[in-house]
Design a protein around this ligand. Structure first.
Ligand code: GDP
Ligand code: MG
Length: 310
């Protein structure tokens, strides 16, 4: 008699682009970093650290998810803001799935309404998943209550998941749900690769992040970082030279600080982060320069790498 039993069918490999959208500070970069287990996207207690489109590549036995971390969506007040909005909308169109990340500790804001509007009316409609983050900060009952406020902004039937990027809750489930939304297909990237950014670009983000961290409230929003030199040396000590760009002389003085103390602190923190990222030792030389009208100059935006490289 013929044996009709077969080996259990292995699920087909799925592969796709997942656009992460969410207002500043909800935890997009944190989530990507936790999923990828390495520092790829800059994380900051202050909003708007992420300025450029970045890929984060997560490869699992059954799927490859390529996360696109979009710049924070907000009302465009300057050219930089406009560009960030365009980038965000652009990555939605090209995605296989959209992950909308919200913050359970707060009610929907104006920015959330704006995003919900974008998601309700795209030209193309990729699968949408709402992930409500920072579960570790809210009581259980309140979490569901908060989640409902966000779901109410979406068409009926939208799916959602409660997560904590910081504590790790719900992340495996999240990855599964996203993989299900991606088409069957082969991996686009090598399974060792976790980002398409070069180390020097990540280093620029880390320098910027260190500056924002140390400067706190005194931060000029238009602070830019220009990488002047990034040399990997045989002796294992990388040589990095970068310039912090500010808009006014007064800001330059703040960034340098008394006796260059602030600049030293920024440099030390940035170097530590860069060494963690590369696994090599680094020598970092930082300068500060005034670049007038930084935020409204298209050319400077391009030079700083804020313009996409497509
Ligand atoms: P982004 O602007 O959306 O990329 O947000 P970030 O990833 O930079 O995170 C903003 C802040 O929220 C940082 O201080 C993070 O440490 C914090 N954060 C992110 N996820 C969580 C979480 O699940 N729980 C808690 N308690 N804090 C979080
Ligand atoms: Mg970010």
């Amino acid at each position: 008699m013929q044996d009709l039993r077969t080996e259990p069918q292995k699920p087909a490999f799925r592969s796709g682009f997942v656009a992460i959208i969410g207002r500043p500070n909800v935890g997009k970069s944190t989530l990507i970093n936790v999923l990828l287990g390495q520092k790829v996207a800059a994380v900051s207690p202050r909003p708007q650290t992420t300025r450029r489109r970045q890929l984060g590549i997560l490869t699992r036995p059954n799927a490859q998810l390529v996360f696109v971390d979009t710049p924070g969506v907000h009302q465009a007040r300057h050219k930089l803001g406009e560009f960030m909005n365009e980038e965000a909308e652009g990555s939605l169109e090209g995605a296989d799935a959209i992950l909308w990340l919200v913050d359970l500790t707060s009610d929907p804001t104006e920015d959330d309404l704006h995003i919900a509007g974008l998601l309700g009316n795209p030209r193309r409609k990729p699968a949408l998943l709402l992930a409500a983050n920072k579960l570790d900060l809210v009581a259980e009952g309140r979490a569901t209550e908060q989640l409902q406020k966000y779901l109410a902004l979406l068409p009926p039937g939208a799916e959602s998941v409660l997560i904590s990027a910081a504590r790790g809750d719900g992340l495996e489930h999240l990855v599964e749900l996203l993989a299900e939304r991606c088409p069957v297909g082969e991996a686009e990237y090598d399974d060792e690769q976790i980002t398409d950014l070069y180390e020097r670009e990540i280093a620029a983000d880390l320098i910027r992040e260190a500056a924002l961290l140390k400067l706190r409230e005194e931060v000029p929003h238009g602070l830019g970082v220009r990488m002047d030199e990034y040399k990997e040396r045989e002796n294992g000590l990388d040589y990095i030279r970068a310039t912090l760009l500010v808009e006014r002389e007064s800001q330059k003085a703040i960034v340098i600080g008394e006796g260059a103390k602030m600049l030293k602190q920024i440099g030390t923190e940035a170097r530590r982060q860069i060494e963690t990222m590369t696994g090599r030792r680094a020598y970092l030389e930082l300068r500060v320069k005034v670049e007038k009208g930084l935020r409204n100059k298209e050319s400077v935006l391009e030079q700083l790498g804020y313009k996409s490289r497509r």
